[in-house]
Design a protein around this ligand. Sequence first.
Ligand SMILES: [Zn+2]
Length: 84
Amino acid sequence: MHHESMTVPGQCPRCSEQCEQDSVDVGVGVIYGPWGCTSCAWSENEAYDGAFGGGVQEDGSYLDPMGGLYPAASPIAQFIRAGG
Ligand SMILES: [Zn+2]
């Protein structure tokens, strides 16, 4: 399967929805994580893309398209495993 690259800033190349990205303020500036789409699980980083390395992991944890990892016992991971 081909991994799409973002061509329009902020817009998902797979479903055209608005994408999100996490940011962390490190004091001297803000570091942004990869763009991710909460509609179709596309991620700028193939490792987080729901169609590739992201989504529900073997241990039951959930890796979201923005690179966030939710432990298997977390409500979000349980919700996703239950079918969203
Ligand atoms: Zn999308």
